[in-house]
Design a protein around this ligand. Structure first.
Ligand SMILES: [Fe+2]
Ligand SMILES: [Fe+2]
Length: 277
């Protein structure tokens, strides 16, 4: 019966699936169906409507703790490296839900079909990233759910549940852009430890995350253009409204530029002044 489901219903199904491997397999099936429906002469999938849950379904494990209660481990040690991969797996699972939630929650806002193409592709890539991290954890004798994880990761989604531009500003353009800043350091940790499968997985994630930030910037600018408002001003207002705290340098200025995020977007929100005024 999945053939008759709208895109919003498919997004809602993913959000209501708890197990990580099942959630990401369903996410991939829906993405494949969406892209085949976009081919010439294919039966189109309509966008439709949904009432997504405020919180997506999640597995019983990992235990979710407040960030200050999650134990800190040395990144250079074997347990530290496992903790790092576990944290990334958790971020990727949240990202799967964040992209499907963006589709399901804002389907009442008329958008070009390319908007859905981008977020379905991003959700599919996050699904792959989650599985890559799970595979790495399993190769090192651990698994997703073996360690506690941060409880606060859905906060940005809740805070921006009624504001599409706020969601784009905070999720892809702040949180996913932060991923571009920190991933090279993680790759170095695994390269130094000669864990090639983790290096390869993180390099895939790093390359594909540039696209997610770019989709955010692209559709944020599109919506600003539709309202005839200044994107930079609106971005600063929305990040100050919905994001708790300052942005942390050092920024990956090169990859941020590649993703359509110029320095005057993020430096004014940082807790330091730029190195060169
Ligand atoms: Fe990802
Ligand atoms: Fe992403």
């Amino acid at each position: 019966m999945t053939e008759t489901l709208t895109l919003a219903q498919r997004a809602d199904q993913v959000l209501r699936t708890a197990d990580g491997r099942e959630k990401t397999a369903l996410s991939h099936r829906h993405a494949t169906a969406w892209f085949s429906s976009r081919a010439d002469g294919a039966e189109p999938i309509t966008i439709g409507t949904a009432t997504p849950p405020l919180h997506p379904a999640r597995p019983d494990r990992p235990e979710l703790l407040s960030p200050r209660d999650v134990p800190k481990r040395k990144p250079g040690s074997p347990t530290g490296r496992i903790a790092l991969l576990h944290a990334v797996a958790h971020i990727e699972l949240n990202a799967v839900d964040l992209h499907w939630d963006l589709i399901a929650r804002f389907c009442h806002v008329p958008m070009p079909l390319g908007f859905y193409d981008d977020w379905v592709k991003a959700a599919d890539e996050e699904s792959k990233h989650f599985n890559l991290m799970c595979d790495c954890l399993e190769a090192l004798g651990s698994h997703y759910g073996a360690l506690p994880a941060h409880a606060g990761m859905w906060r940005a989604a809740e805070d921006t549940a009624g504001d599409l531009m706020g969601r784009l500003a905070v999720v892809p353009m702040v949180l996913e852009a932060r991923g571009l800043d920190v991933t090279p350091g993680m790759i170095t940790i695994f390269r130094n430890a000669k864990i090639d499968h983790a290096v390869a997985a993180l390099e895939t994630i790093y390359a594909e995350e540039v696209g997610h930030v770019a989709y955010g910037s692209k559709w944020f600018h599109f919506l600003c253009g539709r309202e005839n408002s200044d994107p930079k001003e609106v971005f600063h207002t929305l990040v100050r409204k919905y994001f708790h705290g300052a942005l942390k340098p050092p920024f990956n200025e090169e990859k941020r530029a590649e993703a359509g995020l110029p320095p005057d977007f993020y430096w004014p929100l940082a807790d330091e002044i730029p190195p060169r005024a």
